[in-house]
Design a binder for this molecule. Structure first.
Ligand code: CA
Length: 224
């Protein structure tokens, strides 16, 4: 997959130089020379990464960065800046920039930063468990069926998390009790049926197809 980079730089010679260097590395490049053009391109082209010069006509690189973040464009942003003051770095981070390259810089340094940021965003998200159209985020505790957000109680979340960690594996009632309720659970093991029913109601609220299946006489399985 070719990464698409949006380069925003008003110094035409530098922009041209960077465009050639980045193209020869195999990146697809779109260039803007001003802030307004940059915002338009960012919305229309959905680039994978943006390189923003700090000092630009109309809008500064910082302001572009702020506006990208405000519209939920969360691609990596590298600021090019001649300034090297600590307070400027803080302002850049506050605006949502991911990195800095201080002018004058070597092209190798810029390329290394680009590779590092693209690698990070292209890795699959370790926080997300996914099966079919069902996804669960460990960190944010959000659960989705397609685009539909699903509210779960702590226990329902834990039960679903356990099943999602091993799709297609059949779990016995004892395994589920032990993992989700703990060794010391003293209550009625029918609790599992009750919670499976709650989960199915929430996961199939819009008549979505069933993902949690009963394996008669054994337990439960998450499968197509
Ligand atoms: Ca400039």
């Amino acid at each position: 997959m070719t990464a698409h980079i949006l380069l925003v730089e008003d110094e035409v010679k530098l922009a041209r130089f960077l465009e050639l260097e980045l193209s020869s590395e195999g990146y697809k490049i779109s260039v803007a020379h001003s802030g307004i053009a940059a915002l338009t391109l960012a919305r229309e082209l959905s680039p994978d990464l943006a390189i923003l010069d700090w000092m630009l006509p109309e809008l500064s690189g910082l302001e572009i960065c702020r506006r990208l973040r405000a519209t939920n464009i969360n691609i990596p942003v590298i600021l090019l800046t001649a300034k090297d003051e600590v307070s400027d770095r803080v302002a850049g981070l506050d605006a949502g920039a991911d990195d800095y390259v201080v002018k004058p810089f070597s092209i190798e340094e810029l390329l290394a930063r680009i590779r590092a940021h693209l690698r990070r965003t292209q890795e699959p998200d370790q926080d997300i468990l996914q099966f079919e159209d069902l996804s669960l985020n460990h960190r944010t505790r959000q659960v989705y069926r397609g685009k539909r957000a699903i509210e779960l109680t702590a226990k329902e979340f834990h039960l679903l998390e356990y099943m999602l960690s091993h799709p297609r594996q059949v779990f016995t009632r004892d395994q589920i009790l032990e993992k989700v309720w703990g060794y010391d659970f003293m209550g009625d093991s029918n609790i599992i049926e009750v919670y499976i029913r709650y989960l199915r109601l929430k996961l199939e609220e819009n008549n979505e197809k069933r993902l949690i299946h009963t394996v008669r006489g054994v337990g439960y399985v998450l499968r197509e």
